[in-house]
Write a protein that binds this ligand. Structure first.
Ligand code: SF4
Length: 346
């Protein structure tokens, strides 16, 4: 039996068939799920996916949404460029493809935020065609099965994995095969403690045969992590509204609403309309990004905005607490606003 036959037999008995994007398995559903699943686990994605599809049931509705609406539903999922690219792609599809995703992988891969593997994953699952995909789970399975040396992020290793994946493709059941190889990586050939004894392809797996499963795939060379500490200002206008400002479109938290920030709090103290003498400090909040450890030091201040009418800058706005849930806010900013509200209620 070939790799694909064994894998499909296993999937028929043990595979995941109740994921929300499988019912129905449309190109739109698969696309949204694939983008959400980048760097993120299935169990985290499921509630986000359900809320997203509930609010934006098709490309047209998504294309007509504001960036704020989309980012609000993405809030907490991280890597916000993915959400902005979803919106851009929906708008392009509305303009150039009759509000549908194109049916061929090359045209899909030309859209914002869709790489070659994601394009193939959409094509394969939505149209039941065999196509190479290489997400993190699949790379791990193949690196072990063929005992491929080197970190998969390296282009020569990636090429080798792509060629190996292409050789294993079945002629039929493209959609099931794609789901099956992803499921094998997610549930059997896991990063730590893979269940090789229950693996349908253990008989030909090179890493298993030489008892070196833990050596594959090679680890990513250590990332140099930086740390950053900065102040944020929770500025209130005396009526419970808080001043937020939109982040620049690129960089950390690009396009999201955040609190005014600066490194040592010096600029914050001179904020127009702020009574700096009455600033209060909340305990610092730690937040980790892939490449950075953040310590956020919140200061609470009252603005004389209402009495002086000092305007805010063009990228700033006062928001009522009832509006916060609908905003695209970075996770720690949402946490700080909740802590601030709890403090007010005491
Ligand atoms: Fe992964 Fe083990 Fe199966 Fe090899 S035998 S593919 S290492 S689960």
């Amino acid at each position: 039996m070939t790799f694909s036959t064994k894998l499909l037999d296993w999937w028929d008995k043990h595979g995941r068939k109740d994921l929300p994007w499988q019912h129905p398995r449309t190109a739109y559903h698969v696309w949204v799920a694939e983008i959400m699943l980048q760097q993120t686990q299935v169990k985290t994605v499921i509630p986000y996916f359900i809320r997203f599809i509930d609010r934006f049931p098709d490309i047209d509705t998504l294309a007509n949404a504001s960036e704020d609406d989309v980012l609000a539903l993405w809030s907490g999922l991280g890597y916000y460029a993915r959400a902005r690219n979803l919106l851009k792609t929906a708008q392009r599809c509305r303009e150039n493809h009759d509000a549908e995703l194109p049916r061929n992988p090359a045209a899909l891969a030309a859209l914002p935020g869709i790489g070659e593997s994601t394009a193939n994953a959409i094509y394969s699952q939505a149209h039941d065609k065999p196509a190479v995909i290489l997400d993190g789970n699949v790379k791990r399975v193949l690196a072990r099965y063929f005992a491929i040396e080197g970190w998969p992020g390296k282009s020569s290793v990636h090429k080798q994995l792509w060629g190996s994946a292409a050789r294993l493709l079945p002629k039929r059941r493209g959609a099931d095969y794609t789901q099956a190889i992803m499921d094998l990586g997610a549930t059997v050939c896991t990063r730590t403690k893979p269940a090789c004894r229950q693996c349908p392809v253990a008989g030909q797996c090179q890493a298993f045969r030489i008892n070196s499963v833990d050596k594959y795939p090679a680890k990513r060379p250590a990332l140099k992590k930086t740390s950053k500490s900065f102040h944020v200002l929770i500025l209130t206008d005396g009526k419970g509204r808080v001043l937020l400002e939109r982040r620049p479109p690129t960089g950390i938290w690009g396009g999201l609403w955040s609190l005014p920030a600066d490194d040592d709090g010096g600029m914050i103290r001179q904020y127009p309309g702020l009574d700096a003498g009455k600033l209060r400090e909340l305990p610092g909040l730690k937040h980790q990004l892939t490449h950075m450890d953040m310590t956020i030091r919140p200061l609470i201040g009252d603005s004389e905005f209402l009495s002086t009418g000092v305007e805010c800058a063009p990228d700033q706005r006062w928001f009522e607490p009832q509006e916060w849930p609908q905003l695209g806010l970075p996770k720690p900013v949402r946490q700080l606003l909740e802590i601030y509200l709890e403090n007010c209620e005491k």
